[in-house]
Design a binder for this molecule. Structure first.
Ligand SMILES: *Cc1c(COP(=O)(O)O)cnc(C)c1O
Length: 226
């Protein structure tokens, strides 16, 4: 017998779940948006989701996004696209041309490269930047270590003048997410950052309760990817 794939919740059902969590929690943010994590999804699946009304998407790799998103954005200029995967310094220019936000700023060198491209005249006033925090301090995972997050955020904002609007995290897969979301929230509060990109298919309800402004949903929205 082949195992049954996990049920895909239609967009409206996910929105209802989010609304319920929001109504029950005093820590919920003023807004919580669904970001469709569309890595590995064909254009047809994304078009179907756009037809359902979802306007925010995230991709993990600059190259993959470059292959499908310029066409989609041409057809749907109101769609916004965020980078949610690690960014190499040599891909920053491509990324800034393609994405409306980079959620994965996690080191000084990357921030310097972004500022350098801005200073060379590429207009980035409309772009948003999130600092990614490796809340579990996992060696293989992207993100600035929690103990170094304050320094990186201050460097980006005060030294470089980058418009950092929020923080992002991907908690360890084998631990409860709540303490990681709480840590991310605490760091954001210290710096007056409004956006908290936290929560995925397995833990978005917890994230919403703890103040997420952006839940990044892949499998539960699109189904399993290849
Ligand atoms: C793939 C991915 C998601 C979505 O994960 P699901 O568990 O499929 O919801 C969210 N955030 C990042 C950074 C991802 O790479």
């Amino acid at each position: 017998m082949t195992p049954k794939p996990p049920p895909i919740a239609p967009l409206a059902a996910l929105e209802a779940k989010i609304a319920l969590q929001r109504s029950e929690s005093a820590l919920a943010a003023a807004h919580t948006e669904i970001l469709g994590a569309s890595k590995g999804q064909p254009e047809a699946a994304i078009e179907a989701m756009i037809a359902n009304g979802l306007t925010l998407y995230g991709e993990n790799r600059v190259q993959d996004a470059a292959a499908k998103w310029p066409d989609i954005k041409k057809r749907h200029p109101h769609i916004r696209l965020h980078l949610i995967g690690p960014l190499q310094s040599n891909k920053v220019k491509d990324a800034l041309e393609l994405f409306d936000a980079i959620q994965t700023v996690d080191r000084v060198k990357l921030a310097d490269t972004i500022a350098g491209i801005r200073d060379s005249g590429l207009g980035i006033e409309e772009k948003q930047f999130y600092v990614q925090v490796n809340t579990g301090a996992e060696p293989q995972k992207a993100g600035v270590l929690p103990g170094e997050a304050d320094g990186l955020i201050e460097y980006c904002v005060k030294r470089l003048g980058l418009p950092v609007t929020g923080l992002m995290c991907v908690p360890p897969a084998d631990e409860p997410s709540a303490p990681h979301f709480a840590l991310l929230r605490e760091i954001a509060l210290r710096h007056g950052l409004k956006e908290l990109s936290m929560g995925m298919s397995g833990d978005f309800e917890t994230a919403v309760r703890m103040g997420s402004t952006c839940v990044r949903l892949g499998r539960i929205l699109f189904g399993e990817r290849d």
